[in-house]
Design a protein around this ligand. Sequence first.
Ligand code: NAG
Ligand code: NAG
Length: 271
Amino acid sequence: MSNDKSIGDAIRNFTKFDDIKAYYNKTISKLDRNQTFNSIKSATKDPIVVNVLVGVGTLTSYFIIRKLYTGFFRRIKNIGDVRDVDIERQRILKGVCVSVGDGDNFRFFHKPTMRWFMRPPKRSSTNKLDDFTLHVRLAGMDAPECAHFGLPGQPMGEEVKSWLKNFLIGNNVTIQLLKKDQYQRVVCEVHVRKWWYWLKLRQLNVSRYMLQQGFGVAYEGISEIYSNKRNNDARKKEYQEIEQKARKQKIGMWSIKNMESPRDYKKRVKK
Ligand SMILES: *[C@@H]1O[C@H](CO)[C@@H](O)[C@H](O)[C@H]1NC(C)=O
Ligand SMILES: *[C@@H]1O[C@H](CO)[C@@H](O)[C@H](O)[C@H]1NC(C)=O
């Protein structure tokens, strides 16, 4: 009874919020703080806790650093370094074109972030193109075939190849990884900066530009390139429309009468 009475008195005494705050500061918070502080203090003396904390910290920083490294700073030397996630995320890489194989593929030397000063090494018997470059196949288009393995080439095959050499070799190019093909190449959308193109503000889309000039046909197997069907159909239509326009203008390979598509040509000579 007397207890109840004194509690009631105490409550009645706390008429102002300031009183409650003062009471809290004086007693409860001090207790709490001391307790927390003491338990942390004793934990840091416990070697197991310390080891676990250091371990977790080290692991976390390791994963963060590794993620940054593989995402930005890792150099993709060759096809072996291209991971599935690089393709899934359609990673964009910057580098330089080292050589041109045909009218629609070339060799790319990757220069990762902060390593723009890198220069491609010289080719030798111990340092082959396959070791230090990616073999890039231009997405969405087929250039006329050059002579291969004793087979004659198509008209314009050599012309388009030497045009591409002049256009790309030694230039900074940006590639977007889309797919690995059966020849250990990466199918990519490729961009290059040319001073005359939009006065350098935008990069030039190489596949599109070549189709516009009549230097190739839209790639018929495009459905395998882009990851989803809607994207595929849209792109395919776009590429085919550009090809049709060049055909009508009779420019590039379309200036030649009865020009065969590279696909038909390959079918014919393989017989
Ligand atoms: C490529 O980029 C590097 C670094 O930005 C620059 O120094 C070099 O001149 C560029 N090369 C060409 C051909 O534009
Ligand atoms: C490059 O051009 C093709 C054909 O027009 C187009 O489908 C593609 O989206 C272009 N790429 C980029 C990154 O704009």
